[in-house]
Design a protein around this ligand. Structure first.
Ligand code: HEC
Length: 400
């Protein structure tokens, strides 16, 4: 019964998470499009009122006329539409799922392909603490970069480059500390947390200060507006990569690859430059070079993904002399077993790990050592040798 209720909680929380994320990102993409699609107001009276741009649109059988004020209208209406609950709901449900389905079984978060020894050896509490620190640390570093590099929003180019470097570091660290799935999830969550925190700590408080100033008849601080814009533009570049990282959990070709950190970084950049194409397109400037750059990054990722680790398996080395580490074993699991033996197998034939064994976490692998050796040595697994496991690779398991 408890397992059943947990499963239902998982489903409902996931549903709400996706609904909130769709609503949030949809609205965010809409407003970036609106902002970039603004044209000079045609009517003289609008310009006199302080309207700086307008957009006409037809949607759902009606005509819409949006106007943006350079600073603010002479008088603010009472019923302003605010957007923040969608962002908060997305983060809260995301973090809730993280607690329920990862932090309650922290062993599933360790033992990745590229894990450092100390990381693979962490106990449950340590794993959870490091995971939470990872999310917090991501926000702190990103926020400091914004504040230090571009405090007046005048050096956003350099800032973007710094955030890009930061994401490479995050990709590297996550895949070397956590298991494949957890690394992809946590990297997505680092970006998602920064996005929500941008809304919570900067965009909404800034807007509140602006509204308060206007109601008091004072001029709002222009930095509040500029900073809100800066952070919401960052959010728009985060959206596509975050979505990819969140669905990547179904693809062991990504998270179980021994170069997964490079795949991760390449795909993050691909998402960001593809978004750039659409941002510019809405501003009236089609630059297919950005789409092409995104495609090239994806192709490079496909190329890197196809590199196999045959050279690392000690072909030709006498079995008794092979020095097999947990990492070597996990490499074999990633290549030959986790397509089926994972919590959420990418092999379409399975909706749960066959025989109940998920070998994407080191603890289970260690626990089932004898069985694994028997199955691999006996040529029973991988099932039907579907993954073409070579004798040299079987020897690695035998020597373990
Ligand atoms: C194509 C899917 C697939 C792949 C790949 C695969 N397995 Fe399996 N595995 C299965 C299925 C299905 C079963 C359940 C078989 C049964 O009915 O007993 C199973 C069962 C097992 C069992 C339990 C056997 C028992 O009953 O005691 C072990 C251990 C195992 N696999 C290890 C591995 C290892 C190690 C690898 C990688 C080298 C691997 N498997 C790759 C599908 C797969």
């Amino acid at each position: 019964m408890q397992a059943y209720l947990l499963e239902i909680a998982n489903l409902l929380m996931r549903w709400l998470h996706v609904i909130a994320a769709v609503a949030w990102i949809g609205e965010s993409i809409y407003f970036v499009m609106l902002d970039n699609g603004l044209r000079k107001p045609k009517a003289e009276e609008d310009r006199e009122k302080g309207v700086f741009g307008e957009m006409w649109a037809v949607h759902g059988g009606g005509f819409y006329h949006n106007q943006k004020y350079a600073t603010a209208p002479a008088k603010l209406p009472e019923d302003l539409h605010w957007s923040f609950w969608k962002a908060y709901t997305t983060w809260l449900t995301g973090f809730g799922m993280f607690i329920l389905f990862y932090m309650t079984k922290p062993s599933s978060m360790t033992g990745g392909q590229q894990s450092w020894e100390w990381a693979a050896a962490m106990n449950g509490w340590q794993t959870n603490a490091v995971a939470v620190l990872f999310l917090l640390g991501g926000w702190v570093v990103y926020n400091e970069l914004c504040k230090r590099i571009s405090p007046n929003m005048t050096r956003d180019g350099i800032l973007s480059a710094a955030v890009a470097v930061m994401m490479i570091v995050v990709s590297y660290l996550s895949t070397h500390i956590f298991s494949g799935k957890a690394a992809f999830l946590l990297t997505g969550a680092v970006m998602g947390t920064a996005m929500s925190a941008n809304v919570f700590f900067w965009i909404i408080p800034g807007q509140r200060r602006m509204v308060k100033a206007m109601k008091a008849g004072e001029a709002p601080n222009p930095l509040d507006g500029k900073r809100g814009k800066q952070r919401s533009v960052h959010n728009t570049y985060f959206t596509l990569p975050v979505l990819l990282l969140m669905v990547s959990n179904h693809f062991s070709v990504l998270y179980a690859h021994e170069l997964s950190w490079i795949l991760m970084a390449l795909l993050i950049f691909a998402g960001a430059v593809i978004r750039q194409y659409f941002v510019l397109m809405h501003a009236g400037s089609k630059q297919p070079a950005y789409l092409a750059a995104g495609a090239v990054l994806i192709l490079v990722a496909i190329g890197v993904g196809s590199i196999s680790s045959d050279t690392q398996t000690g072909e030709g080395t006498p079995i008794a002399e092979m020095d097999v580490s947990g990492k070597d074993v996990m490499l074999q699991m990633g290549k030959h077993c986790v397509q089926c033996h994972a919590q959420d197998p990418s092999n379409q034939a399975y909706s749960a790990p066959p025989a109940g064994y998920a070998f994407d976490n080191w603890e289970t692998v260690l626990e089932q050592k004898a069985k694994i050796k028997r199955q691999v040595d006996g040529g029973i697994m991988p099932l039907g040798n579907m993954t073409d496991m070579t004798q040299a690779e079987r020897d690695v398991i035998a020597a373990w």
